[in-house]
Design a protein around this ligand. Structure first.
Ligand code: AR6
Length: 179
């Protein structure tokens, strides 16, 4: 676990499971059609129960890449789930970087809109969507750090990395960004 202060806010990176987090919100790595898939999305719907999909269906038809929508979190410890859609990685020259940064930024703006003080993120787009972890970690951390500097909220942002390799990559990127 690594924790740094950005102004009055905390930025944490941990190795773990996003569905186990007790932050007020957790972020889901969803798809544009908001149809439960595998990875983070599958785990959230499985553990959170059917109310999450029911609420998605009642409130939204889809979510464009780079944007975010919000629901309750069913049986999970969190109160809210912010569903965002990261880009599918093609060649790195198809606007992926801007879209990935937007997914993080719009998730954090959604958190502010709901007065959410703590948010956990998975590493968006780096599973089924194929974004290389090293590049994705730089975009993720840079975007969150500049958001925290600009808005001074939320109080806590936690990156929850699945496995030691992903954790090490994020840790290394964070160290480089802060020096
Ligand atoms: N907790 C934290 N991170 C996890 C967990 C977990 N429980 N499980 C996997 N990861 P992915 P994407 C990591 O595929 O690439 C779905 O089908 C994983 O190792 O969940 O944005 C959706 O429906 C990887 O580093 O999301 C979409 O169709 C990261 O989380 C599509 O996948 C993201 O992997 C979205 O693909």
């Amino acid at each position: 676990m690594k924790r740094v202060k950005i102004g009055n806010c905390l930025l944490e990176i941990i190795q773990g499971d996003i569905t186990e987090q007790d932050t007020e919100a957790i972020v889901n790595a969803a798809n544009e059609r908001l149809i439960p898939g595998g990875g983070v999305d599958g785990a959230i719907h499985r553990k959170g129960g059917p109310s999450i999909l029911e609420e998605l269906r009642a409130k939204y038809t889809h979510c464009p890449t780079g944007e975010a929508v919000i629901t309750g979190a069913g049986n999970l410890k969190a109160k809210y789930i912010i569903h965002t859609v990261g880009p599918i990685y093609k060649n790195g020259k198809s606007g992926e970087e801007e879209l990935l940064a937007s997914a993080y930024k719009n998730s954090l703006l959604k958190a502010l809109e709901y007065n959410i003080n703590s948010v956990s993120f998975p590493s968006l787009s780096t599973g089924a969507y194929g974004y290389p972890l090293k590049d994705a970690s730089q975009i993720a951390l840079k975007t969150v750090i500049s958001f925290l500097k600009e808005y001074q909220k939320p109080e806590l942002v936690r990156f929850v990395l699945w496995g030691e390799e992903a954790y090490k990559i994020f840790e290394h990127t964070l160290e480089n960004l802060l020096t």
